[in-house]
Design a protein around this ligand. Structure first.
Ligand code: HSE
Length: 439
């Protein structure tokens, strides 16, 4: 390469200048010399597309601002577009335009990749450019590249993680301070973790998109966000948390992808009891963690801040440096590996353990009748505990709470068993049902 080319800056366009974008711009501008040395070419931030020019922003960014994202991307001389505007429609259009104009893309947009990855990844390949997205899953934690590159020679069996900081914060507060869901949610909003509309986090949509991306890479197949089974945390009550504690467990919102015996994969997001002895149990606050089990490597755990401006910017700028290095050498990074074409199994095919909690009439023969329901569905009970009902004023005196855990059972069998329990004359309350993972 000639000296003039080596010194020519790689041009970078930034789309979005919110909490993460501002930190990305700051890192690019403040660490210019180091990044140049690491890449072998200087980086030049040539424009930042924003919706509103009047919002307060660092003074040094003002000369770079524009409201015309489409024109910025279509300049024709951009090497790398960093997409941080979020959402699907505008971000998708701009990323496709970046590819058409020869730019590589770094994005944190899990919703877009989980819903339109089937067309976006091939578009990058056709254009001969890179599409990197480390920041889309678990903020600062390196997990995309370890799965895609470091562990690509191994056979991954399970990826199981806490990939949403907001819900982990809420469940942690419910666990450590005995708060109810609504009070913990208000605290999460006050601290800026939860959005004004928290649906994407608390109903598991954010985690489901991340689960789809993790499962796709880990199992070399295409998994869409909407094929991930999804349950949120809004129904978890303090009594569930207390009952879990009595079993030496905590309740976590998990994203789980695992290989089934028949070669299909199960990909799901739901609250789960996790034993205190499991490494994920001690991940508190808004932290994220991803536990990986692979045939040769064994058990690995990746942990760190899963959101926030500077941590997410670290992952974005890491991708930027990698993509810029590729660009400077005229190469592209590894492509999506989809060769297994594995099917996502319906939830009914899942085999896991279950925790159930419900009130029964406290009289002779009830336990035998309940045990009979499990036996009829070939579900083996692991533990049973009968608890006195605390609030005697609210329930009849002849009522007790049963807390049961099962050995491995299929979800199909468990659901039929649940329906029968719910219809049983001895059962005097709703039947609470939470899966148990990590045993
Ligand atoms: N809202 C997410 C979380 C971060 O709470 O973890 C972005 O995916």
């Amino acid at each position: 390469m000639e000296m003039t080319q080596m010194n020519e800056p790689l041009k970078v366009a930034l789309l979005g200048c919110g909490v993460v974008g501002t930190q990305v711009a700051r890192l690019i501008l403040e660490q210019g010399d180091d990044l140049t040395a690491r890449i072998g070419r200087p980086l030049e931030l040539v424009g930042i597309a924003v919706r509103n020019l009047d919002r307060p922003r660092p003074e040094m960014l003002r000369p770079l601002l524009t409201t015309d994202a489409d024109a910025l991307v279509a300049r024709g001389d951009i090497d790398v577009v960093i997409e941080l505007i979020g959402g699907v429609a505008d971000a998708g259009r701009l990323i496709r335009s970046a590819f058409e104009h020869g730019a590589s893309v770094v994005t944190a947009n899990k919703a877009l990749l989980a819903s339109e990855g089937e067309t976006i990844f091939p578009a990058a390949e056709r254009a001969g450019v890179d599409l990197y997205y480390e920041a889309a899953v678990a903020g600062a934690i390196p997990i995309i590249r370890p799965l895609r590159e470091s562990l690509v020679g191994d056979a991954i069996q399970v990826v199981m993680g806490i990939v949403n900081g907001t819900t982990n914060y809420i469940l942690d507060k419910m666990t450590t301070e005995g708060l109810d869901y609504q009070t913990a949610l208000v605290q999460a909003k006050d601290l800026g973790y939860a959005e004004a509309d928290p649906t994407a986090d608390v109903e598991g949509f954010d985690a489901a998109a991340k689960a789809a991306l993790l499962a796709s890479i880990a199992f070399h197949t295409k998994v869409r966000g909407d094929s991930v089974h999804r349950e949120g945390i809004t129904h978890i009550v303090p009594d569930d948390i207390r009952a879990a504690r009595d079993l030496d467990c905590v309740i976590k919102l998990l994203a789980v992808a695992n290989l089934l015996d028949d070669g299909r994969i199960s990909v799901r997001v739901h609250p789960a009891l996790v034993p205190n002895s499991h490494p994920l149990a001690s991940v508190g606050g808004a932290y994220n963690a991803i536990f990986v089990e692979a045939a040769a490597a064994g058990r690995l755990m990746f942990v760190g801040p899963g959101a926030g401006g500077a941590p997410t910017a670290s992952a974005v700028v890491g991708d930027l440096v990698t993509v810029a290095r590729n660009r400077a050498r005229g190469v592209v990074g590894p492509r999506q590996s989809l060769y297994t074409d594995r099917q996502v199994a319906p939830m009914g095919a899942l085999q896991t353990r279950y925790f159930l909690r419900f009130r029964v009439t406290d009289e002779p023969g009830v336990l035998a009748a309940v045990a009979g329901v499990f036996a009829r569905h070939q579900i083996s009970v692991q533990t049973v505990r009968q608890m006195p009902v605390d609030n005697a004023a609210l329930v009849a005196r002849d009522t007790a709470e049963l807390r049961m855990t099962t050995h491995l059972a299929t979800e199909d069998a468990m659901l039929v068993c649940l329906a029968e329990l719910r219809a049983s004359p001895q059962v005097r309350s709703e039947v609470r049902f939470i899966r148990v993972e990590g045993l």
